[in-house]
Design a protein around this ligand. Structure first.
Ligand code: MN
Length: 251
């Protein structure tokens, strides 16, 4: 199983969550929101063979970006996994949209010509994210929790990008429409834990099973076959990272 977008450091007991994920056989990409959070999180992942730490620069923390960009650049070679990065033009992020765009362009410049897994936040800024990816000739990336318009989604699909789907998406009518639009060879699974909730509890990596089951119903196959498709998709996506000698250890 794959949880390719989980904020392990934001749970009360990160190690316990990571242990349960490992025990269930989930491969977890632990996204961070800043280079400082990335550095502080190393201790959480050290003992877990199936957890990978991703370096992030979250758009809603744009006020910190000027002081964090240098650290992002310095750390980028340490990991094959990048996220959470991107843009947020919702009311929460509108005021910092200029800084965010500079930062995202900076991130794409830093990563130029390096194969990376990149998990992207694009709330209310989907078209602009796609445009900056095109300018940087960066493909494929993973759009995490895509909630934008279907026409932009179709453009992102035709550009070759992937999409990580979480339990909140498969229970909302809008999310279901989005999942149905994405070809099955571009679907990945995530929880965005602890932000996504299942009833009254926080989602954990093992909850990607809910997304597998939903996709199984949609594709008219057992959930376990949907899981195999997601796993193939992930392997195809990260193959260039594995073939890149410079980053073998980090992977
Ligand atoms: Mn997130």
């Amino acid at each position: 199983m794959l949880d390719c977008h989980c904020h392990l450091d934001l749970y009360t007991a990160p190690s316990a969550v990571a242990r349960r994920a490992e025990a269930a056989g989930v491969f977890t990409i632990f996204v961070t929101n800043s280079p400082s959070a990335y550095q502080q999180s190393r201790t959480h992942v050290a003992r877990h063979a199936r957890v990978r730490l991703a370096l992030g620069l979250h758009p809603l923390l744009a006020e910190q970006h000027l002081s964090e960009r240098k650290a992002f650049e310095a750390l980028a070679h340490q990991t094959s996994f990048i996220g959470e990065v991107g843009l947020d033009f919702s009311p929460d992020g509108k005021a910092t949209s200029d800084i965010q765009q500079e930062s995202f362009a900076f991130v794409l410049r830093v990563l130029a010509n390096q194969p990376k897994f990149i998990s992207i936040h694009s709330r209310r800024a989907e078209a602009r994210v796609l445009e900056l990816l095109r300018q940087a000739k960066r493909t494929p990336v993973v759009f995490h929790w895509y909630t934008g318009p279907l026409n932009v989604l179709r453009s992102a699909i035709s550009d070759g990008h992937y999409f990580s789907i979480n339990p909140a998406m498969v229970r909302s009518p809008k999310g279901q429409k989005i999942v149905a639009t994405i070809p099955r060879d571009r679907i990945l699974t995530e929880t965005d834990g602890p932000f996504v909730t299942i009833g009254s509890r926080q989602a954990e990596p093992t909850d990607v099973g809910l997304v597998e089951d939903y996709c199984g119903r949609l594709w008219q196959m057992p959930g376990i076959e949907a899981r195999a498709i997601v796993s193939d998709n992930f392997r195809r996506l990260i193959a260039p990272l594995q073939n890149d000698g410079r980053q073998k250890d980090a992977l």
